[in-house]
Design a protein around this ligand. Structure first.
Ligand code: NDP
Ligand code: GUA
Length: 484
């Protein structure tokens, strides 16, 4: 299949290593909406991954010694090119990932916003002086780039999950090797092409594709790598953490969620429904911050469910490249099977099906937006991330009860609630064991805020001024002998 790109040279199908596009065609990337083959891309082995890390290690010293203002200018050029090419990038993204084109354009803008933010932040990395314990001495703290960073990213946000790791790392003087998900390599390679055009020196940003296990092994054992950044499943995050222990690397994890979405009886129900649609059905429910459990207070439960069903009835499933589509395909057949298993488990344990529940008539991996009621904590949907278009509604009576249910999970990424009671807003916000809480909003993502989780959902923050911390070491200098 050929994509109607304004700039066909953005369709890169080789890895980007040390400033050159390399590698032989091996694996297929397909359009999940049509099953069509889009391109072949390389499968680099562990030795090639090691050589790429070596190149990034060679590039580290010169890059870290460049003036912050120079690094900033190159990132700004990259941002400008990402925006100038947003239509082409979005077309590539929708073609390999499936999300509707309007959402893909939104993701490119979102991805670019991290590059813009950290281009600015590059110039604001300040150290400090501290009161000294000796009259003849001074204490200074330098903040220096950690070294080479490895980034392993998922298919659900093929652009934004890369820039929010790569941009802060490069801004402070680190160099980076990225392994994108095999479902979505083309967006990352197009972004690498634009980084090269932006003037990023060879070795500063590298993108390699290939089997995860040997590449992950190199990333977690190579002595030059100081930080491993990962967004993906909790199981793989734990594996990487174990592997990285051998060389005591920093491991910055952004893992799975099980987001509660709570509607109190004092909420604005229309706003809550709008928020639920945004939080549940963005990217077909394939987002780690997607609402996974919808808790509604008994007095408003039926009214909320009716309004939610009406809003879900307006969602339009289809090929994301067609006008008016709001729900693309799921990423793989495996993802469809997980959604089906969660629905079957809920129905077997007494839930009622209000809407959907089946594969969509379009076939492939398209799935009907599904509404379940009568859901309980005993069902799989209460415990595991569905990562699909299933809205399970639980009913609760009291604030204490719902906070306990919301926190009854090993995950702690995002939570949401709708209420107009100011006392409740602060009580519940403080009691929810989550890294991020959306209050009267179903959308919380922005480059301006620290994104990340607690418990088994992760251990780092991406975005805002906090997002550089993973990539900086503090070095303490003591200067003595000053009063002699
Ligand atoms: N937090 C989030 O945003 C995401 C959460 N998930 C959750 O995970 C579930 C499964 O999705 P899935 O795509 O399989 O997630 P994975 O965690 O398996 O994949 C995410 C990334 O990790 C890589 N990876 C897998 N195994 C290893 C390894 N041994 N060493 C290094 N890298 C590795 C993958 O590469 P490869 O595909 O080549 O194995 C991919 O690039 C979803 O249903 C969802 O619940 C998934 C994606 C994103
Ligand atoms: O699912 C994810 O990990 C990506 C989160 C997208 C966002 O930043 O909102």
């Amino acid at each position: 299949m050929t994509l109607a790109l304004r700039d066909p040279s953005l369709l890169r199908t080789q890895c980007y290593v040390d400033g050159a596009f390399v590698g032989e065609p091996a694996d297929v990337v397909r359009n999940p909406a049509t099953g069509e083959e889009l391109a072949l891309f390389p499968a680099l082995d562990g030795a090639a991954a090691k050589a790429t890390v070596d190149a990034a290690a060679r590039a580290f010293k010169p890059w870290s010694r460049r003036l912050a203002k120079e690094r900033s200018a190159i990132l700004r050029n990259w941002f400008d090119l990402l925006i100038a090419n947003r239509e082409d990038l979005a077309l590539i993204l929708t073609s390999e990932q499936g999300k509707p084109l309007a959402e893909a354009l939104g993701e490119i803008d979102y991805a670019a916003s991290y590059v813009e933010f950290y281009a600015e932040e590059a110039k604001r990395i300040a150290g400090e002086t501290l009161p000294s314990h000796r009259a003849d001495g001074r204490i200074m703290v330098l903040r220096q780039p950690t070294g080479v960073v490895a980034a392993i990213t998922p298919w659900n946000f093929p652009a934004a999950m890369i820039t929010r790791k790569v941009a802060p790392a490069i801004a402070v003087g680190c160099t980076v090797v990225v392994k994108p998900a095999p479902e979505t390599p083309l967006t990352s390679l197009a972004m690498a092409e634009l980084a090269q055009r932006a003037g990023m020196p060879a070795g500063v940003l590298n993108v390699i594709t290939g089997p995860a296990a040997p590449i992950g092994e190199v990333f977690t054992s190579h002595p030059a790598i100081r930080v491993v950044g990962f967004t993906g499943s909790t199981a793989v995050g734990k594996l990487l953490m174990r592997q990285a222990a051998g060389t005591v690397k920093k491991v910055a994890l952004e893992l799975g969620g099980n987001a509660p979405f709570i509607v109190f009886d004092d909420a604005d129900l229309d706003a809550a429904v709008e928020g639920a649609i945004a939080a549940k059905f963005r990217n077909m429910g394939q987002t780690c911050v997607c609402a996974n459990r919808i808790y509604v207070q008994r007095g408003v439960a039926e009214a909320f469910v009716e309004k939610l069903a009406a809003a879900m009835g307006k969602l339009k499933v289809g090929n994301g490249l067609e006008a008016g589509i709001t729900q693309g395909p799921l990423i793989t057949g495996r993802a469809v099977e997980k959604v089906e298993a969660h629905i079957a488990d809920a129905l077997a344990k007494g839930a009622q099906l209000r809407l959907g529940g089946r594969r969509h008539a379009l076939g492939g991996t398209f799935f009907e937006p599904t509404l379940l009621t009568g859901v309980t904590q005993a069902m799989t949907v209460a415990r595991e991330e569905t990562f699909g278009p299933v809205a399970p509604v639980f009913v609760f009576d009291t604030e204490e009860e719902v906070v306990a249910m919301a926190n009854d999970t090993e995950f702690g990424l995002a939570g949401y609630f709708f209420s107009r009671d100011i006392g409740r807003i602060f009580r519940v916000a403080e009691d929810l064991e989550y890294g991020m809480v959306g209050i009267n909003s179903g959308l919380i993502s922005t480059e301006l805020a620290p994104f990340g989780g607690v418990k088994e959902s992760g251990n780092s923050r991406e975005g805002s001024h906090h997002g550089v911390e993973e990539f900086l070491e503090k070095k303490y200098l003591f200067v003595g002998g000053l009063n002699q």
